[in-house]
Design a protein around this ligand. Structure first.
Ligand code: RFL
Ligand code: PHB
Length: 392
């Protein structure tokens, strides 16, 4: 059987695994990434679009932010609307920070290129099937590649393999508590060759459901509609999608060609332990947040920053304190982000009948948002991302 050896075995070439690899490589630590999909597939998987200030700084430190700075769109605020009445949240005024709009698939392309340029081995179309001996100092990952079984021996295993990955399934069940909410609605998302008719993102509550106007460039819009969980994409013609978006957003849109559409369920999920021996989880493997707060990718980067620091401290100073504190370090940020994502989700989505107690409470939150700078600041500082130091 083919056997390879490295220091850190990483499962998954998503934002978490790739960023971790680059952080470790910068410290002279060797790693190998095992990814079950092809390079083409992961580079074209459409997902997130909004990078926190923190995340951009991490990419700058890693020397992978050139294209992001050329092509990304820097936003200093966003709009939150209630049935057509709009309040701008001014990030600049409240936080002196900003966010950058840059598609996750572009991030992934940049990270993969940097990994390969720096001689980090990524084995694509290789499926990790088992994580062995992780309670010892000699763990390994069994995987299949090109129809053959193979083994990756390593000192540490990073489970950065997403929500359905092997990492969390391997973590002993008795080592963690699980928390989750399944929301009774989903997002129908589109990408279209259209010029954005809005300058910043719009989060819109509407009595027929939530809508979000985002973008990818000056020529490509990313837009979302709240739909029921059992909705089928075939039920929505392109024309219906545009009509409903204009209705809920209350603005005219440039109705270009829709070239991607899909439905995503909304859930909050987390576990409160991310480590068992030499196995560490990070990113979506450990937590999912509903996309209303735009936090999933950013949280993945915050996790691996802690993990890379812990692993570096181990190799450079023989000190395991940071590794042993890894869960604690990550989980306080995860709870903050869970709260904010849940808050934005409940704030912006239609849940209750017009005129009901719940709906009137929800309306009251928007009225308060328009009158209170403090409320706006709370949203702004969570949205742009609390600094890493806040959780040190
Ligand atoms: P990923 O990206 O899922 O990567 C995991 C990788 O592991 C591979 N894998 C395996 N490889 C080998 N062997 C196995 N057994 C394996 N099992 C799995 C998978 O193929 C995959 O390549 O997880 P990671 O790296 O933790 O990154 C997380 C982010 O992808 C995710 O949180 C974001 O996309 C969430 N998200 C958003 N996050 C933001 O920060 N800002 C946003 O604006 C934002 N918008 C969104 C979003 C997610 C969305 N969807 C589709 C869920 C909008 C949407 C609609
Ligand atoms: C996106 O551009 O895909 C996006 C932006 C903000 C969100 C979610 C998704 O809250």
């Amino acid at each position: 059987m083919k056997t390879i050896k490295t220091q850190v075995g990483i499962i998954g070439a998503g934002p978490a695994g790739l960023t971790l690899a680059l952080m470790l490589q910068k410290q002279g630590i060797k790693c190998v990434i095992i990814e079950n999909r092809s390079r083409e597939y992961v580079e074209n998987r459409v997902r997130a679009g909004l990078l926190e200030h923190n995340t951009v700084e991490v990419f700058e430190e890693l020397g992978v932010a050139d294209r992001l700075h050329q092509e990304g769109l820097v936003h200093h605020g966003c709009y939150i609307a209630y049935n057509g009445i709009t309040q701008r949240i001014d990030f600049q005024k409240h936080t002196q920070r900003e966010v950058t709009i840059y598609g996750q698939q572009e991030v992934v392309k940049d990270l993969i290129k940097a990994c390969l340029d720096r001689k980090i081995e990524i084995i694509f179309e290789a499926e990790a099937t088992e994580i062995n001996d992780f309670m010892t100092e000699e763990p390994s990952i069994s995987f299949t590649h090109g129809g053959e079984n193979a083994i990756l021996n390593c000192d540490f295993v990073a489970g950065t393999d997403g929500f359905h990955g092997l990492g969390r399934k391997t973590l002993p069940k008795e080592s963690y508590n699980e928390f989750k909410i399944e929301y009774p609605f989903s997002w129908l998302g589109i990408l279209a060759y259209s010029k954005p008719t809005y300058d910043e993102l719009i989060y819109a509550f509407h009595h027929e459901g939530f809508a979000l106007a985002s973008m990818r460039s000056e020529k490509v819009c990313r837009l979302y509609l709240q739909v029921p969980n059992d909705e089928k994409i075939e039920n929505w013609s392109d024309e219906q999608i545009w009509t409903e978006l204009e209705n809920r957003l209350g603005i005219e849109l440039d109705k270009g060609e829709i070239f991607e559409k899909g439905i995503t369920p909304m859930r909050s999920f987390m576990i409160d332990n991310l480590q068992a021996g030499r196995l560490f989880l990070a990113g979506d493997a450990a937590h999912i947040v509903p996309p209303t707060g735009a936090k999933g990718l950013n949280l993945a980067v915050a996790d691996v920053r802690n993990l890379a620091k812990g692993i570096t401290d181990f190799y450079k100073n023989g000190n395991e304190d940071a590794l042993n504190n890894y869960t604690k370090k990550c989980v306080s940020r995860v709870w903050r982000v869970q709260d904010f994502s849940n808050f934005m989700t409940y704030l912006c989505h239609k849940q209750a009948e017009n005129g009901s107690f719940e709906q009137l409470l929800q309306k009251s939150k928007f009225d308060y948002l328009r009158m209170s700078e403090a409320y706006q600041k709370t949203i702004a500082e969570n949205y742009v991302g609390l600094p890493f130091e806040a959780f040190e």
